[in-house]
Design a protein around this ligand. Structure first.
Ligand code: OSB
Ligand code: MG
Length: 375
């Protein structure tokens, strides 16, 4: 079935987080979120989301660079072009356009959503997802002191979360994670995420995390590094998980070849979308590397794509796919994303498309700019 994009509307909305989220490289209280509405001109529409943040503290991309890239180079390559299927979109976007993977992903994932909508099938089934529900992990931002961190981690486990990720940075690391481990016991499923806050000069500090038996340490070193991570992994018993460094399948292959880590956090919005995510997923499955689905504080739209992706079989670790109420006073989708008392989010496998409806009136109220692009 031919897939053709006739028009796309870009929007920027402002959505206030329930509480500020602090990582080693910055803090966010309001999310400036870029949403796309794709239209096939045939009566089918679907929403997608770009994960780029306000500042380039996670990757070089921002919402403003993504907006520019989508308008100037990415949308024009897709609008009006006849694709045999959504799996062809990424290769076309890679041709002669370097980088801008977040901008590409917003369009590419939207094309998968559009294909699912047109086919009257759920996105999860379309991509070959097998899970009916996904175990959920929570990502806890850096706190002022260990006490509030311990309280939040305890509350998360009581709510049913399957994994607690603790953001760390030099000065808020070993003592903070130790406090949580001592309070919650040896079996609590804990991990840490440094978002590039360390260098090899800090290796001794990171080695001191080994006795805390974390499931993994996420991205301790530079955002684009795989070489030094390999050296660090040789010194650490705890598995390293790469996030920022894995911008595509090639980097996953580098990680395995060099031994830079043993686990990958796949964020479809970071790697250029679903085709790249599926390729990384399949490669990791073939090489015995577990993967899990990360998050970028998405609205309910981006979350729909993450949940569908995480239903693929090699997503064997809990994903950062927390329910809407973890982030927002009110999400922009109906139904909101919820988590069961068993810490699971249900995959909408029976509804066509992305499985949630966008509350357009609310999005209109939140919109600060919009731009309509046509074939
Ligand atoms: O490193 O995984 C990360 C949020 C913003 C930028 C980077 C990261 C994160 C998270 C949030 O950890 C996870 C979530 O969306 O729940
Ligand atoms: Mg991370």
């Amino acid at each position: 079935m031919t897939l053709r994009l006739q028009a796309v509307t870009l929007r920027e909305i402002a959505l206030e987080l329930k509480e500020p989220f602090r990582i080693s490289s910055g803090v966010v209280s309001y999310r400036r979120i870029c949403l796309l509405e794709l239209d096939d001109g045939d009566g089918h529409r679907v929403w997608s989301e770009c994960v780029a943040g306000e500042t380039p503290n996670y990757s070089p991309e921002t919402i403003d660079t993504a907006w520019h890239a989508i308008r100037e180079w990415i949308a024009p390559r897709v609008l009006g072009h006849a694709f045999d299927g959504p799996e062809q979109v990424f290769a076309r976007l890679e041709q002669d356009v370097r980088g801008h993977r977040m901008a590409k992903a917003a369009v590419e994932m939207g094309m998968w959503g559009l294909a699912a909508t047109r086919a009257g099938r759920s996105l999860a089934r379309l991509i070959g997802g097998t899970r009916a529900e996904i175990p959920v992990g929570i990502s806890l931002g850096i706190q002022q002191s260990p006490e509030p961190l311990v309280d939040k981690a305890r509350a998360a486990l009581e709510q049913g979360y399957h994994k607690v990720k603790i953001k760390i940075t030099p000065g808020s690391d070993v003592a903070f994670v130790t406090a949580v481990r001592e309070a919650l016991g040896p079996d609590a499923p804990l991990m840490a995420d440094a978002n590039n806050a360390y260098t090899m000069a800090d290796a001794d500090t990171l080695v001191r995390l080994d006795p805390l038996h974390l499931i993994m340490i996420e991205q301790p070193l530079a955002w684009d590094d795989v070489v030094r991570h390999a050296e660090l992994q040789r010194r650490l018993a705890t598995p390293i998980c790469l996030d920022e460094s894995i911008t595509g399948l090639d980097k996953a292959q580098d990680m395995v070849a060099l031994g830079s880590g043993r686990i990958i956090n796949i964020k479809p919005g970071r790697v250029g979308g679903f085709a790249a995510s599926k390729a990384i997923h399949d490669y990791c499955a073939a090489h015995g590397v577990p993967v899990w689905c990360g998050g970028m504080l998405e609205s309910g739209v981006g979350r729909a794509y993450n949940v569908a992706l995480a239903s693929l079989p090699n997503f064997t670790l809990p994903g950062d796919v927390s329910p809407s109420a973890r982030y927002w006073h009110q999400d922009i989708v109906t139904p909101e994303w919820t988590m069961s008392a068993r810490g699971m989010v249900r995959v909408p496998r029976e509804q066509p498309g992305i499985g949630v409806t966008v509350n357009v009136d609310r999005v209109d109220d939140l919109t600060v700019r919009r731009e309509h692009l046509t074939a």
